[in-house]
Write a protein that binds this ligand. Structure first.
Ligand SMILES: [Ca+2]
Length: 434
C-alpha cells in the first residue's frame, strides 16, 4: 500500500521541518550578483537544498501480503499486560485499523497513530515483515534515522538501503538483542567506530534489548557528527556513497518478547507496531541546486549552473562544451561551483554578437575574439577548451588522414545563421566525411 504523496502541484520542501546546520549555510545559494570592471555578473557557488524530514514525501510499502492486522479482525494483548486482551485490530473500522501510512503521518493532538501487524499465531514459524520506503530520488542522510515502535522494539531487525531504486539492496545496520546469536557478529556501537571506519556496517545491541515497551520505543540509525564529515566526502572513498540512498528497508525478523523466551500459550502479545519513521535527509543535487521540489509527485532538484536532470547530473543543452562536473565543498569555506558552461572564447563571441548585432563578424574580423584564428579553418579548431563531444566523430578531420577537412562550402552553424538557432548545436551530419 502506498499513501498519497502530499497534495499540491508544486511543493517546496520546507526547510523549517529541520534546522539547517549553521556551518553549512554558505551552501544555500547557487549564485549572487557581483559588480566587476566589466559590469555586473554572476558569481557562482556550490549549493545544496536544505535538510528536510523525508517522511513527508516517502512512499511506504509493507510485505508480505496480509501482514497488516485487521483482515480478518483480530484481538491482541500487550507485553505489559498479557492477560488483558480486549484490544482489537479491524481493517474495516477507521478507529481500529492500523494501515502502513500511519508510520509517516503527522500526528495531531497527542494522538499516536501506528501501523500494526498480525500477531505471531503461527509460531514457531518466524514472524517476518518488511517495511520499504521509497523516494524515487537520490537522497543524502543528514541526521539520525529514528523508528518508533509502540508495544516493544524488535529483538532482531536489519536496516537496508538501495541506491538504485530497489533493484539491489545492501545492509546498513544490524540490530539484535544478541548479535552473535542472530548474525554471528560482535556487537558494536557507532560511537565506538574510528572516523576512518565510519562506513563499516555493524550490529548493535543498543536498541533491541527489553527494558519495557513504554520505557524505550526508539530504534536509531545513528550518524556521527555530519558537520565534520562534509569536506571529507570528497576525499574519503565511499563516504558519500555510504550516506546516499533512494530507498530504505526495515526487515523485521523477530518481535519484542518481553523476556527471554516465547510463551506459546499467549502468542497474541507478539507483533510489530510502528508509529513513526523520521528520515532527515536532503536531495542529492551534485551541489548544483539550492532547492528540491515535488513535481508530478516526484522529487526534482531545481538545477542551476546550467545543469539539468533530476539530480542536476548533466549539462543543460547548449552548455556541454566544458563537460559536466559536480560542485565541490572544497576549498573551504565556500567550495567550487564547477558550473556547466560554454568555453570562454565563445562566451565572448556571444557577448559581441549580442552587443554589436554583428553575428558573423568572425568571418571578416576574427580578432580579437580568436586571435589565432585562421579564417580558412573552422572556428572550433581554435577553441582551447576541449569540447564535450565524441572526438572520434569530429567533423573537422578526415579520420583516415587526420588532415583537416577543407572548410570551403562547409558552413558551420556559427557561420550560417540559418542552420541553427543555437551556435553550439552542431549536428555532425552537417559536415562531409562523418
Ligand atoms: Ca503515526
Amino acid at each position: 500500500m502506498s499513501p498519497p504523496l502530499l497534495p499540491g502541484l508544486l511543493l517546496l520542501l520546507s526547510p523549517l521541518l529541520l534546522l539547517s546546520p549553521p556551518a553549512l549555510t554558505q551552501f544555500d545559494v547557487c549564485r549572487s550578483l557581483r559588480a566587476s570592471e566589466g559590469g555586473a555578473g554572476w558569481e557562482r557557488f556550490p549549493c545544496q537544498p536544505p535538510p528536510t524530514n523525508m517522511k513527508e514525501v516517502m512512499q511506504i510499502r509493507v510485505d508480505p501480503p496480509g501482514i497488516t492486522c485487521g483482515n480478518p479482525p483480530e484481538r491482541f494483548c500487550t507485553l505489559e499486560n498479557p492477560y488483558l486482551c480486549s484490544d482489537e485490530c479491524d481493517a474495516s473500522s477507521p478507529d481500529l485499523s492500523h494501515p502502513p501510512q500511519l508510520m509517516g503521518d503527522r500526528e495531531r493532538g497527542g494522538l499516536v497513530t501506528y501501523w500494526q501487524t498480525v500477531t505471531w499465531s503461527r509460531f514457531p514459524e518466524p514472524l517476518l515483515a518488511n517495511i520499504t520506503l521509497s523516494w524515487n530520488k537520490s537522497l543524502e542522510m543528514v541526521d539520525d534515522v529514528v523508528v518508533t515502535f509502540e508495544y516493544g522494539r524488535p529483538t532482531i531487525m536489519v536496516l537496508e538501503k538501495s541506491t538504485d531504486r530497489g533493484v539491489s539492496w545492501q545492509p546498513y545496520q544490524f540490530y539484535a538483542d544478541d548479535c552473535l546469536e542472530a548474525f554471528g557478529m560482535v556487537p558494536k556501537r557507532v560511537a565506538d567506530l574510528a572516523p576512518s571506519n565510519i562506513t563499516r556496517v555493524i550490529c548493535t545491541e543498543q536498541y533491541s534489548q527489553w527494558v519495557g515497551a513504554k520505557e524505550e520505543k526508539l530504534v536509531v540509525f545513528e550518524l556521527i557528527n555530519m558537520d565534520a564529515l562534509w569536506t571529507r566526502m570528497e576525499t574519503m572513498q565511499g563516504l558519500r556513497e555510504f550516506f546516499s540512498f533512494t530507498n530504505l528497508r526495515l526487515r523485521l525478523l523477530r518481535p519484542a518478547l518481553g523476556g527471554t523466551y516465547v510463551q506459546r500459550d499467549n502468542l497474541l502479545k507478539y507483533f510489530y507496531a510502528v508509529s513513526n519513521i523520521d528520515v532527515p535527509a536532503r536531495c542529492v543535487c551534485n551541489l548544483h541546486a539550492s532547492q528540491c521540489m515535488l513535481r508530478d509527485a516526484t522529487l526534482q532538484c531545481d538545477c542551476d549552473h546550467n545543469t539539468s536532470g533530476q539530480d542536476c547530473q548533466r549539462c543543460s543543452q547548449g552548455f556541454e562544451s566544458r563537460g559536466w562536473r559536480p560542485g565541490s565543498y572544497l576549498p573551504l569555506p565556500r567550495g567550487t561551483a564547477n558550473p556547466s558552461d560554454v568555453p570562454e572564447t565563445i562566451t565572448k563571441i556571444l557577448k559581441h554578437r549580442t552587443h554589436h548585432n554583428t553575428p558573423y563578424a568572425l568571418k571578416t574580423s576574427p580578432k580579437p575574439y580568436a586571435p589565432e584564428h585562421n579564417p580558412q579553418q573552422p572556428l572550433s579548431r581554435n577553441l582551447k577548451t576541449p569540447l564535450c563531444m565524441n572526438t572520434s566523430k569530429t567533423p573537422y578531420a578526415n579520420p583516415k588522414t587526420h588532415k583537416p577537412l577543407k572548410p570551403k562550402n562547409t558552413p558551420t552553424a556559427l557561420e550560417n545563421p540559418n542552420t541553427s538557432q543555437n551556435p553550439f548545436d552542431r549536428t555532425p551530419t552537417k559536415f562531409p566525411g562523418t
